[in-house]
Design a protein around this ligand. Structure first.
Ligand SMILES: [Ca+2]
Ligand SMILES: [Ca+2]
Ligand SMILES: [Ca+2]
Length: 365
């Protein structure tokens, strides 16, 4: 008998007997997510170009600390035989304590502040200890390579720093490659060469201020917002407390300021898996099915709604993932509110009547 009731319910739901509702509410479980990538970043005045300017008073500083470094492209292939590092102006704890160097003749496809792994790299020396002077503005002893190969680009990483606990970053004033052993022969690096900052540790890019957390996107208040420092390719995973639903539209409300942070490109996914992804992770622990992907045109007006209808979705999901693939040009992502329109399974009055009658039928038997 129970099985029959369930079959009837399923049949009537399949026939479209579900009620139109707002799917999201403040009691839903919601977490921030973002692309997993490189954490490399440097201050504007301490860019990687400072290591090839031959000036020990300028330095390259990377907040990603250990395993940060650079990719430099002298252009014409050279055979590097030794390397010299010069310490920066302050904070000896940030000095590299070990390094690795690779060469490639591939075209460089890695971006600035990337993992620096979009090429095929040949190791020249890896995880090699450095004992740089604690004196400031001072070159260390040249480190020799056993290398007979010519490369058009070099990748250098600083695998450890002198005191990783005390330091908040890695820094170095100058790096020079030589064609001869012991810092002899011709210098290979000079100002104006293409040089990129990298960090090889994989980290999530998602983070948010405490007062602008993702739950503020579903609190029903346009004066509060969700802000993600990761910008493009951040978003959220939400598990509506209404249970399984079919989403057929969504509406975003712009936040108080900075229209360049409004969501533009988006992808909406659904899953019926239980959510195991953690806060600020890549959000990929579950099996996600794309419901719809597209591009929005946010209004310039603040505290204003925009969104999209979902075409052709008839699948119930218990959780949703909303990726903001791109924002309007800013480096941060934010919005005040988001709401999903759709349907949840709810027996119609006809079904309720039927369910009410069934126990009577059974009692009469
Ligand atoms: Ca310099
Ligand atoms: Ca790092
Ligand atoms: Ca809000």
């Amino acid at each position: 008998m129970k099985a029959t009731v369930h079959s009837l319910t399923a049949l009537l739901l399949a026939a479209g007997s579900a009620s139109a509702v707002n799917i999201l509410s403040p009691s839903d479980s919601i977490i921030a997510i973002g692309l997993v990538g490189s954490g490399s970043s440097y201050p504007g005045g301490e860019a990687p170009s400072s290591v090839i300017d031959g000036d020990s008073s300028t330095k390259y500083l990377n907040f990603a600390e250990e395993r940060s470094g650079f990719i430099v492209t002298p252009g014409s292939p050279t055979i590097a035989s030794s390397i010299v590092f010069t310490t920066a102006n302050d904070a000896p704890e940030r000095d590299p304590a070990s390094f690795s160097i690779w060469g490639t003749n591939d075209t460089i496809r890695s971006g600035d502040n990337s993992l620096g792994n979009q090429e095929s790299w040949t190791p020249i020396l890896t995880n090699t200890a450095l004992n740089l002077p604690t004196d400031r503005f001072s070159p260390g002893a040249p480190v020799d390579f056993t290398n007979s190969l010519a490369f058009s680009s070099y990748r250098v990483t600083f695998d450890t720093v002198r005191d990783a606990i005390a330091a908040n970053s890695m820094q170095i004033a100058d790096v020079q490659l030589f064609t001869g052993l012991g810092g002899t022969g011709s210098t290979i690096l000079s100002s104006g060469m293409s040089i990129l900052a990298i960090d090889q540790d994989v980290v999530p890019t998602s983070s948010f201020p405490g007062g602008e957390n993702p739950s503020l996107a579903i609190d029903g208040d346009p004066n509060t917002k969700y802000l993600n420092f990761g910008g493009d390719q951040t978003g959220f995973i939400v598990t509506p407390s209404v249970g399984a639903s079919i989403v057929d539209s969504f509406t975003i409300t712009t936040a108080n300021d900075a229209p360049g942070r409004d969501p533009v490109g988006y992808t909406l996914y659904g899953t019926n898996d239980s959510i195991t992804s953690s806060e600020n992770s890549g959000g990929t622990d579950e099996n996600w099915v794309v419901i719809q992907s597209g591009t929005l045109t946010p209004p310039n007006e603040r505290f204003t709604e925009y969104g999209a209808t979902i075409e052709g979705n008839s699948t119930f999901y218990t959780s949703y993932r909303f990726d903001v693939d791109t924002v309007g040009g800013d480096s941060l992502m934010q919005f005040a509110e988001i709401q999903f329109g759709g349907r949840i399974p709810e027996p119609s009055s006809a079904i309720l009547a039927l369910l009410g009658v069934l126990p009577l039928i059974r009692r009469r038997r």
